[in-house]
Design a protein around this ligand. Structure first.
Ligand code: DC
Length: 218
């Protein structure tokens, strides 16, 4: 029996995580947050003070790292046995993840780990290259985006609500830099698949995005 896959790709801060989790829960499907794999590698590299630009060292770290995902109401990620969930959400981790994700050898090593998430009754996979590289066979593909200023504003609000000091100009700059790096890299850049359904969520409430995605499946 073919295992159904829904891919949701897009730039950082477009709401992919929230939408993917809600849709996966509604459908009772598994959930792959592929960004958390690159983020975990970044956490490991920062902890071991390894040069993020060193493709060979980063690929061997990626090969050796052991990840466990607990997909309850909140995603809990254990890296080599240690709960790293809190570190994964930091801005510095996201930026470092974008740097390590440029290396083709790192992406090659992590490919199978991502494919292994495809299990019955189905999978919602969120990332940058889910539709183009990891699950090109998926029958439902979404490209979810929003303007850079809207994504920065949402991120700013999230940080302030958590009591974390934030600067909107810095966040906007970091988002634009990350968009550029993720879209311009040679291997598996952020790109919309030809057969993907495009959603610009800039002026949409989250519930409307979730509904639009669910309508594609039904
Ligand atoms: O989705 P995210 O913000 O958690 O992803 C963090 C970084 O990881 C992102 O800037 C680029 C990289 N990434 C990737 O290259 N490919 C993916 N499928 C997911 C994330």
């Amino acid at each position: 029996m073919a295992i159904p896959v829904l891919t949701i790709d897009g730039p950082s801060g477009a709401g992919k995580g929230t939408v993917s989790r809600a849709v996966a829960k509604k459908l009772g499907w598994h959930y792959l947050d592929s960004g958390s794999i690159y983020r975990s590698l970044a956490v490991l590299a920062l902890k071991e003070s390894v040069d993020l630009q060193d493709e060979f060292v980063m690929a061997s770290l990626a090969q050796a790292m052991e990840l466990e995902f607990d997909c309850g109401d909140e995603l809990v990620v254990r890296l080599n046995g240690e709960d790293v969930t809190a570190q994964l959400g930091l801005e510095a981790t996201g930026n470092a993840a974008s740097i390590v994700a440029v290396h083709p050898e790192v992406r090659r090593v992590l490919l199978q780990k991502q494919k292994d998430f495809k299990r019955l009754p189905g999978l919602v996979a969120d990332g940058r290259d889910m539709a183009t590289v990891v699950f090109p066979e998926a029958e439902n593909k979404v490209f979810l985006t929003a303007s850079a200023s809207e994504r920065a504003a949402r991120r700013y609000k999230q940080l302030i609500e958590k009591g974390i000091d934030a600067n909107i100009v810095q966040i906007t700059n970091e988002i634009e830099e990350r968009d550029r790096r993720d879209s311009e890299r040679k291997t598996a850049p952020l790109a919309m698949a030809n057969d993907a359904h495009y959603i610009d969520s800039s002026d949409m409430p989250l519930e409307a995005v979730i509904e639009e995605v669910l309508n594609l499946i039904h």
